[in-house]
Design a protein around this ligand. Structure first.
Ligand code: GRF
Length: 203
């Protein structure tokens, strides 16, 4: 399966996906990495792995629509089967999501439906949570509310700062995302009727 990954920052999740895809039996390959930031650390990491990169700086475009048009045009050329948002900090339009319905994955650093949006680790600590974690989910129009594919949990420890918790969650993100991508690429999980459906093992 052809995968295009989208990053805005360090791209540590993209790196883990790329490393998993590099394993011979993995059912997907990352054919390109896109970013909305020309200086995203993830772009350099992709280039270091020989993966083509495409940067679309928002300031180079007259409008949000033009920006997304340019991204969609290049995306068509890449013919992705699956799109993996990996630390991508921009919302996709309904048109974009509809075009790739059921084929866009995201990783969010909380146990959804708890703590959608930003600053999840500080919020979990302030809420007194004893566990936290991440969610790999299909992307739908609403932010951080698509059907869930994989979740992974970690303990919240006394005295944790948001940075402590973020680092602990990141370690399980790096295992959850490759697993989620594998399940979707193998056709073992798919989005059906707005839900993530486990597909029975082939007879
Ligand atoms: C991670 O916490 C991820 O859950 C969120 O963005 C953060 C940075 O990800 N989506 P990365 O290191 O850029 O992959």
């Amino acid at each position: 399966k052809r995968v295009v990954a989208f990053v805005s920052g360090s791209g540590s999740n993209m790196v883990k996906l790329a490393d998993s895809c590099a394993q011979p039996d993995f059912p997907a390959e990352i054919v390109a990495v896109f970013s909305d930031k020309a200086d995203a650390g993830g772009l350099a990491k992709a280039q270091a792995r020989g993966i083509p990169t495409f940067a679309f700086a928002r300031k180079d475009f007259a409008s949000k629509e033009a920006h997304e048009e340019a991204i969609l045009a290049e995306l068509e050329r890449q013919r992705p089967d699956i799109i993996c948002l990996a630390g991508y900090m921009r919302l996709l339009s309904g048109r974009f999501i509809a075009r790739y319905e059921g084929r866009i994955l995201n990783i969010h650093p909380s146990l959804l439906p708890l703590f959608p949006g930003l600053d999840t680790h500080r919020r979990a600590i302030e809420a007194g949570m004893k566990i936290a974690g991440c969610t790999v989910h299909f992307v739908t129009e609403g932010m951080d509310e698509g059907p869930q594919i994989v979740q992974a949990a970690v303990p919240v420890l006394a005295g944790d700062t948001p940075a402590d918790l973020a680092a602990r969650v990141l370690t399980v993100e790096h295992r959850a995302y490759p697993l989620g991508l594998r399940l979707v690429a193998e056709g073992k999980v798919r989005m059906e009727g707005g839900r993530a459906v486990a597909v029975d093992a082939p007879a």
